[in-house]
Design a protein around this ligand. Structure first.
Ligand SMILES: [Zn+2]
Length: 456
């Protein structure tokens, strides 16, 4: 949804709500059509499949998808010139096809598309590297992706249409005078029983308004950015505020969910957090089940792994990207698989962790890459007086630590404690500069970066 329309800012909040809800209604009509209901229902009626059946199904879907891409995308036609299509494409033969990098996709984008941009639904990938990529989904694929996630939520006992939802994502709609006048940092999409909370306005002084409003609204489900929900939970705990509602589930997306995020969010909201991986490019889904395991959903695509400097990277082939086919696409995210079976009954393979974007690392002279999950221990052990932190690196032997702290509690002892934990991670050759700041800005996407690596 784009709320960039300037004229919206001039209107009172309730009129904005009406317009947003009307727009929401149109989107529902467009996006939840026959394809959505058919696919969602077929998923819900499905019995658990055996590993062998899952494999057969995945191979069939893969062969169909690669053939479709070869026949409909100029880019893949020339990339697969030498591929023998008399044979079926299987998980084994897939490994012989060339890897597609972000740069290849970017420079050949017009040839990759199988449809015109205005025929489908566009999605823009994150601009961490400054360059965003426009991916186009066919309407059918878009509906299928919605259906897959909704069927997943229904199995967890959440009806995505009937539940009251509080959503924290990167939409800008609170710029106008109406917000500063009313302190309403949210808008309503009544058509979808959804209240959209602005992540851009989540500064310390505004957070009491967010908590008060959540207590009035009483959502049943919270979804959105990890950083925003974490920030809110931290504020509620620190100020010992009470919540007058009980959510059934929290679904986090878009950012890496680290163990310390989960612990705090679950403790404050007293409900399970479900992690999902579904990138803007349209990667295969990885979803967390009722037993708390992450499953790689083999009916949505293929995830292969390759070892790189950054660790074990994913190569994704996604069955719902007919508009902008992704086959062996090096998406830049890291993954760890694990063996074993889950007690939830699903035989979709288990994922140990999704280790964040490849860009989420700093460099240590002594130890090489220090990833976000390595830093998680440092962040978890931060003294309570630290409200927020960001690690910035411009030189290989120097890390700047931006700290937003409670000045009445912060002292040398707290700083020494952080320095010691960092030294343990980075070794003795790295210097740390601590900068106390009143506010650490978010990214233009509304997300928050714990790490900013300017070297790379
Ligand atoms: Zn499971």
């Amino acid at each position: 949804m784009s709320f960039k329309n300037k004229f919206l800012e001039l209107l009172p909040v309730f009129v904005q709500d009406i317009i947003i809800s009307f727009y929401g209604y149109i989107l529902i009509k467009q996006r939840y059509g026959d394809e959505y209901y058919q696919y969602r229902n077929s998923l819900l009626e499905q019995e658990s499949k055996s590993s062998a059946d899952l494999l057969v199904e995945q191979n069939i879907l893969l062969d169909d998808f690669v053939r479709f891409s070869y026949e409909n995308s100029k880019f893949y036609q020339s990339l697969y010139k030498k591929v023998d299509f008399d044979q079926a494409i299987t998980l084994e033969s897939l490994a012989e096809l060339p890897i597609v990098t972000k740069e290849m996709l970017r420079t050949n984008l017009d040839d990759v598309y199988t449809i015109d941009c205005d025929q489908g639904i566009s999605s823009f990938t994150g601009g961490t590297t400054g360059k965003s990529l426009q991916v186009v989904f066919t309407k059918e694929d878009f509906q299928k992706r919605m259906a897959y996630l909704d069927a997943y939520k229904i199995r967890l006992g959440i009806d995505p249409f009937e539940s009251k939802k509080a959503t924290f994502s990167g939409r800008e709609f609170t710029r106008g005078w109406a917000t500063s006048f009313t302190n309403k940092f949210w808008r309503n999409n009544w058509a979808y029983k959804q209240r959209l909370y602005s992540t851009f306005d989540m500064v310390e002084g505004n957070l009491p308004f967010y908590v008060q409003d959540l207590n009035r609204y009483k959502p049943e489900v919270i979804n959105g950015f990890v950083s925003a929900i974490f920030q809110l939970a931290k504020f509620i705990e620190q100020k010992q505020l009470t919540l007058d509602f009980q959510v059934k589930a929290i679904f986090t997306t878009s950012e890496t969910l680290l163990p310390f995020h989960r612990e705090l969010i679950e403790r404050v909201f007293k409900c399970p957090v479900y992690n999902q991986y579904a990138s803007a490019e349209g990667a295969p889904f990885i979803t967390e089940c009722s037993a708390g395991s992450l499953h790689y959903n083999t009916d949505t695509g293929v995830i292969e792994v390759i070892e790189t400097n950054a660790g074990t990277e994913m190569l994704v082939t996604s069955f719902t990207t007919h508009g902008t086919p992704l086959i062996r696409y090096k998406i830049g995210d890291l993954i760890k698989f694990k063996t074993g079976e889950c007690r939830c009954g699903s035989l979709h393979p288990l994922v140990d962790s999704i280790d964040g974007r490849q860009v989420e690392f700093l460099i240590s002279k002594q130890y090489g890459h220090v990833s976000l999950s390595h830093l998680a221990d440092v962040i978890k052990g931060l003294p309570n007086c630290v409200i927020n932190v960001q690690f910035q690196q411009h030189k290989v032997d120097l890390i700047e630590v931006l700290l937003n702290v409670d000045q009445t509690l912060y002292d040398q002892e707290a700083e020494d404690k952080i320095a010691k934990a960092l030294m343990h991670r980075f070794g003795k050759d790295t210097e740390f500069i601590f900068k106390l700041v009143g506010h650490i800005p978010k990214e233009s996407s509304g997300k928050f970066s714990l790490i900013k690596n300017f070297i790379k």
